[in-house]
Design a protein around this ligand. Structure first.
Ligand SMILES: O=C[C@H](O)[C@@H](O)CC(=O)C(=O)O
Ligand SMILES: [Zn+2]
Length: 277
């Protein structure tokens, strides 16, 4: 079990080493074949889940940190499959998740299990969970079927497609806002210009990166930035005061997910690069 992450303040990070930053904001072992990993945080009480089922189904169990009998007794979860085809079984109902598909499970769902279609090329399920005050219905979104936003320009290497899955005009939830961004071939910059949203925590999981490729993820307050070098399957935590932007050594995709005060995707404060330090 991973220790609870956070909270941290921006004043702390000025004296931290790269390892200090990685310990607090990066999770490199969320996706372990044959295991479910659960990472609780104090950032808006978000809990991250990684599940890589191989030859046997894996169950999502409650952890002591959330003090409930079952994981979703007072929480909701958005799940994106960043691996090969697989199935999420929720209270006996089977939901097939193609690569890139997103499933929402609301408060009160009991048994949750993860399965891969092929143990040799397993699914990789990424879950983002937050406390929920009521129940919204279970919904599956096929890859590319959410609200699609086309952003950026190949001339500035940031041409990308944003798929909003769980959000105000899509799959409804209490807090979770979730989607997948794909960088187009030849584009490496995500979330440029960068932004903060002081009302929400955000987590990124980078994927579709080759083993020898990396993303230099930028974090910190806009005038006091730091970087973390992230590989495939890396989870990065962004407290509400932190920017979250990055440049890869190749194109890549990432799951972004947020929770907090509101669900307004556009409630963000942009920071121009000339103002960053
Ligand atoms: O608050 C929103 C999130 O940071 C992401 O949706 C941004 C993103 O996917 C991008 O610009 O590439
Ligand atoms: Zn953001």
């Amino acid at each position: 079990m991973t220790a609870v992450h956070g909270p941290t303040s921006p004043e702390q990070i000025t004296g931290w080493t790269q390892q200090d930053l990685r310990d607090r904001y990066l999770v490199e072992d969320l996706f372990v074949p044959g295991a479910v990993r659960v990472v609780p945080t104090h950032y808006d009480r978000v809990v991250a889940v990684g599940a890589v089922p191989t030859d046997a189904p894996l169950a999502l169990e409650a952890i002591p940190e959330i003090r409930s009998e079952r994981f979703l007794d007072h929480r909701e979860i958005g799940i994106v499959n960043i691996g090969a085809a697989g199935t999420v079984v929720a209270d006996g109902e089977r939901h097939a998740l193609a690569p890139g598909a997103c499933l929402y499970l609301g408060r009160g769902v009991g048994e949750v299990a993860f399965e891969s279609d092929d143990a040799g090329t397993p699914a990789r399920f990424y879950g983002f969970s937050a406390p929920a005050h009521t129940t919204y219905p279970t919904q599956l979104v096929e890859p590319g079927q959410g609200t699609v936003r086309e952003l950026g320009d190949p001339l500035t290497s940031n041409r990308r497609t944003i798929n909003q899955y769980i959000h105000e005009d899509g799959v409804r939830s209490c807090q979770v806002v979730m989607g997948v961004t794909q960088l187009h071939e030849g584009s490496m910059w995500n979330t440029m210009p960068a932004h903060t949203h002081d009302r929400r925590t955000e987590l990124y999981v980078y994927f579709d990166l080759a083993d020898d490729a990396r993303v230099l993820h930028l974090m910190g307050q806009p005038q006091e930035t730091r970087h973390i070098v992230v590989g495939d399957g890396g989870l990065v935590l962004s407290p509400s005061w932190s920017i979250h932007s990055g440049v890869g050594t190749s194109s890549y995709s990432f799951v972004w997910a947020m929770a907090g005060e509101n669900q307004s995707f556009d409630d963000m404060d942009h920071v121009q690069i000339v103002d960053m330090r």
